[in-house]
Design a protein around this ligand. Structure first.
Ligand code: SAM
Ligand code: DTB
Ligand code: SF4
Length: 321
């Protein structure tokens, strides 16, 4: 019996997940690629684009984030209020192959002002025939209901690391608070995008625990975001030791095996990844990435280079709608 069917529909234990993660590398990849083939069209990659609609001035102390005032950011809080800029960015995203447009805002929770801007933008972007995604911190139930009414497709809210390592990275909130927002989003029928960051000094056991947490949600997240830390000067994680690339690939493979149907995105950190490493991520079951010159505030891989990579690997992007 294949691993995915053996584990289907029940909680996975840490020990089971670790046994998968620690398989001989090529056995793990073979297994993950098999799951990927059974549930997805392996010739297709889903691409999304990001736009920061509010940046800087955040009071949270996430050790990886350039937007936190605790990390001495010079970025004053500023929002995009001009819908024209948002529409132009969404149109550009569609033109370069994105089927989903994701808007992000700094902050622990959204202010009324940025929440209203996001609601307006969601309705307009949807009319372009592009899926919408939003990430703006923790939400109240009435806000989730409002976003659903506006037609929001996905809400991105990351657990970021393992429950045990969380306090080493963020002290101004708990992982349980994050999970509450994810549960509210799920409850009101908005698709869940969640994941975390690898390469923040955590161990492989932490990476496994994070994937197990995601895989044991009552329903698997429709979209799983695996970021590789972008080391931003001035943040406490600026000089953290580089993680092993094959452990990054192993984490993707584990996520693919434990969440067979989910979209798995290689998110931040691709700018410094070799094409060959990215190809290995796709082989291990990654099925999506962000396209565009910029993520939220940091740079991303070049668009022409990404389009050429897709071409060289005989991959095509999933169309809109
Ligand atoms: N403020 C909201 C929040 O924290 O949920 C939304 C924006 S926040 C920038 C979205 C996600 O970006 C974070 O949860 C984190 O996973 C990711 N992120 C932020 N800085 C990063 C970095 N330097 N490298 C990799 N991922 C990062
Ligand atoms: C996610 O998991 N990765 C994206 C998205 N969700 C919003 C953002 C990564 C942000 C990288 C740092 C920056 O651009 O500031
Ligand atoms: Fe603020 Fe989000 Fe950055 Fe944390 S990740 S400092 S909550 S913007």
């Amino acid at each position: 019996m294949s691993l995915d069917s053996a584990l289907m529909g029940r909680e996975v234990t840490f020990e089971e997940a670790r046994a998968i993660f620690e398989k001989p590398f090529w056995e793990l990849i073979y297994e993950a690629y098999g799951v990927h083939r059974r549930y997805h069209n392996v010739r297709e990659i889903q691409v999304s684009s990001l736009l920061s609609i509010q940046w800087g001035g955040c009071c949270e102390d996430c050790a990886y984030c350039v937007q936190s005032i605790r990390n001495g950011t010079k970025m004053a809080k500023q929002a995009i209020t001009d819908m024209g800029i948002i529409i132009a960015a969404a149109e550009w995203a569609k033109a370069i192959g994105s089927s989903r447009f994701c808007m992000g805002a700094s902050g622990r929770v959204p202010s009324d002002e940025i929440f209203a801007i996001a609601c307006k933008a969601i309705k307009i972007v949807k009319r372009l025939g592009v899926e919408t995604c939003l990430t703006m911190g923790m939400l109240r139930e009435d806000q989730v209901i409002k976003l659903k009414e506006c037609g929001l497709d996905y809400y991105n809210h990351n657990v970021d690391t393992s429950p045990g390592y969380y306090k080493k990275i963020i002290t101004t909130r708990t992982i349980e608070e994050r999970i509450q927002t994810i549960e509210l989003v799920r409850k009101h029928g908005i698709k869940v995008c969640t994941g975390g960051i690898l390469g923040m000094g955590e161990t492989n056991d932490d990476r496994i625990r994070m994937v197990v947490l995601l895989a044991n949600f009552v329903e698997h997240p429709e979209s799983v975001s695996i970021n590789r830390l972008v080391k931003v000067p001035g943040t406490p994680l600026e000089n953290v030791e580089e993680m092993d690339s094959f452990d990054f690939v192993r984490t993707i493979a584990l996520a693919r095996i434990l969440m067979p149907k989910s979209i798995i995105r290689v998110s931040a950190g691709r700018e410094t990844m070799a094409d060959e490493l990215q190809a290995l991520c796709f082989l291990a079951g990654a099925s999506a990435f962000f396209i565009g010159e910029r993520l939220l505030t940091v740079g991303n891989a070049k668009v022409e280079k990404d389009l050429a990579l897709l071409d060289r690997l005989n991959l095509k992007t999933v169309g809109c709608g």
